[in-house]
Design a protein around this ligand. Sequence first.
Ligand SMILES: *Cc1c(COP(=O)(O)O)cnc(C)c1O
Length: 223
Amino acid sequence: MSNLAMQTIQVKNSIKLAALRAGYGPVQLVAVTKTVAAERVREALALGLTSFGESRVQEALPKLALFPQADWHFLGRLQTNKVRDVVGNFALIHSLDRWKLAVALQAEAQRRGSMVRALVQVNIGQEDQKGGLDVAEVKGFLQEASTLSKVRIEGLMAVPPASENPEEIRPYFRKMYQLYSKLQVPGVQMKILSMGMSNDFVIAVEEGANLVRVGSLLFGERT
Ligand SMILES: *Cc1c(COP(=O)(O)O)cnc(C)c1O
């Protein structure tokens, strides 16, 4: 059995057990394939993985073209001049973090006659170098975004401050779940809470994540 095959079983199993402990419901696994070669994406598909995440548009597009049957997620900072390449190609954008981007997504979706699904990224650790809205800005942003007919916001995403000890990340996940579960904005249905990566996805699921984004634990360390 390949490493990827073994890791896939392990990760899925850990998710299942954590989800049972937490009792929140099913959890979607997005396999993060940034820097991962197309051949390994093929192998992942053959192993039954169906959702993949990428954070750079130019790197992602050839893989999307090779495997259009997969469900592709966009995770990285999205420049408005790349919106054209993202709308229609990606099933879900995890990194909606500013009004200008929401407007650009709306315009592109309108041009194509399609809808864009997105998550609002929250800068839960208030880190300068990270994208995302402050917690206090989220509700107002959702209220405004609910007026955009072609942008459908389905939840929240966060990348908390990194730590060697995933237990230190737990309070950030908990805060995210609180925010997510309490938000009530007419016209917006909160369905997805995207948080947890290789190092901390078990804790994220315990704290209510229903989508985790796992890369290096499946495919090996990125070089
Ligand atoms: C790279 C990346 C991941 C996956 O990180 P791993 O630690 O390799 O699991 C998840 N989410 C985002 C936003 C990323 O950029």
